[in-house]
Design a protein around this ligand. Structure first.
Ligand SMILES: [Zn+2]
Length: 339
C-alpha cells in the first residue's frame, strides 16, 4: 500500500534504475557503432570476423561488460591504407580509455579534495559503482590526469608579458582588477631523519576576481619545474589581459616575490596585512627599530611597501586612520574600490 512516508525512489532503487538504463543505452549505442564498422569503407563489402573478446568499460552508472569483435580488414583497405595488421578491434580501439570521461571527472574532483578512500566511499554511496571501485583506482586515475595536465602546461619562461603599451591600449576593456594572495609554508614529517630531511616548502595562493569568484593554486618548491607558468595559467583561466590591473599580496619573501614578476605589466606588489602586522608585533617585541620603515625582518622591496608598513604603524598606534589602507585591507584593492 502506498504511503507518504516513502514517496519517490529510494537511493537503492535509483541506483539500480540508473545501472539498468545505462546497460540498455550502452549496449544499443555499441551495437549501432559496430554495425557501422561491419562493412568496408571503400567497397562496402562485409568484413570477415575473427571472433570476439570481452572488454570492461567503467561508467558513472556501472561497469559494462561489452563484446568486442575482431574483424579482418577488407583487401582494398589492406592495399590503400597499408595496415600493419590484418585484423582490428573497432570497439577496443575506440574505447582505449576504459573509464568514461564523466567518471574520471568525478574521481579527479573528489580525489583532489579529499582522501582517495573517502572519495571511493562517497562515490559508491551515491552511484551504482559497486565492488569494482576502490581507492587505488582513483589514485591511479588522478595521477594519470595530473600527468596529462602537466604535459599540456607550456614551458616555463622568464617573461610572460607580451606586446607593447600600444598593443595593450588596443585590447578590449578588461575586467576589474584581480587580487592574488600568495604565501608559503613548511610541511614537516612527524619523524624527521635529520634537520635537513623530512620537510618541504609549499607555496599556495588564491586569485580572486572582482565578482568574488576565485581559483586556488599550490605547488612544492624545488619539485615543481614550472611554478611561474602554473600561476600564469591560473590568471589566464580567469580571463587576465595584459591591460588588466593585478594586485599581488604576499609576505615579501624571495620565493613568492620572484614568482609574481613579469606576469603582467599592470601588476602591483604589496605586503599583505597579516605579514605587516606580524612584523610590527615582532618589531615591538624586539624593542628596537631599524630602517626607514621600522620593520626589520621583512624585505622591503620598494617605496610602496614602505608606505604600506608606515601607514599600518600609524593605524595601529591610533595616530591617523587611513581610509585607503583600511579599504585595501578589507577588500583587497584600494584603487578599484576608491573609484
Ligand atoms: Zn573493401
Amino acid at each position: 500500500m502506498a504511503t507518504v512516508e516513502n514517496l519517490g525512489l529510494s537511493l537503492t532503487e535509483s541506483k539500480e534504475l540508473l545501472r539498468k538504463t545505462q546497460q540498455v543505452m550502452v549496449e544499443k549505442q555499441v551495437r549501432e557503432f559496430l554495425n557501422q564498422c561491419e562493412k568496408c569503407r571503400h567497397c562496402q563489402k562485409k568484413r570477415l570476423s575473427k571472433g570476439k573478446h570481452r572488454i570492461v568499460y567503467r561508467t558513472l552508472f556501472g561497469k559494462m561488460d561489452l563484446d568486442s569483435p575482431r574483424l579482418f580488414y577488407c583487401n582494398c583497405e589492406w592495399k590503400k591504407e597499408s595496415a600493419k595488421t590484418k585484423t582490428f578491434s573497432p570497439l577496443a580501439t575506440a574505447l582505449q580509455e576504459r573509464t568514461s570521461p564523466e567518471l574520471l571527472y568525478l574521481e579527479a574532483k573528489f580525489g583532489a579534495q579529499i582522501s582517495f578512500g573517502l572519495s571511493d566511499k562517497l562515490l559508491a554511496e551515491i552511484l551504482p559503482l559497486h565492488e569494482e571501485f576502490n581507492a587505488a583506482t582513483i589514485r591511479n586515475h588522478l595521477h594519470r590526469i595530473g600527468e596529462r595536465l602537466e604535459s599540456e602546461l607550456g614551458e616555463d619562461k622568464g617573461m610572460y608579458i607580451e606586446g607593447c603599451p600600444r598593443d595593450w591600449a588596443n585590447l578590449p576593456r578588461p575586467d576589474l582588477p584581480l587580487t592574488v594572495g600568495i604565501d608559503c609554508g613548511y610541511v614537516h614529517s612527524n619523524n624527521p631523519k635529520s634537520r635537513t630531511e623530512g620537510w618541504f616548502e609549499v607555496i599556495v595562493g588564491k586569485s580572486i576576481k572582482a565578482d568574488g569568484t576565485a581559483k586556488c593554486f599550490g605547488f612544492v618548491c624545488g619539485l615543481d619545474r614550472k611554478p611561474r607558468r602554473r600561476l600564469f595559467q591560473v590568471l589566464q583561466s580567469q580571463g587576465m589581459q595584459m591591460n588588466q590591473q593585478i594586485t599581488f599580496l604576499s609576505d615579501g619573501g624571495d620565493t613568492v616575490r620572484e614568482l609574481q614578476y613579469y606576469l603582467n605589466p599592470q601588476s602591483e606588489h604589496l605586503l599583505d596585512w597579516f605579514h605587516i602586522n606580524d612584523a610590527l608585533d615582532r618589531d615591538t617585541a624586539d624593542g628596537s627599530r631599524s630602517g626607514e620603515c621600522g620593520v626589520k625582518r621583512i624585505d622591503i622591496a620598494d617605496d610602496r611597501e614602505c608606505e604600506m608598513v608606515s601607514l599600518a604603524r600609524q593605524r595601529r598606534s591610533g595616530i591617523r586612520e587611513n581610509r585607503r589602507l583600511l579599504v585595501f585591507f578589507r577588500y583587497g584593492n584600494a584603487d578599484n574600490k576608491r573609484t
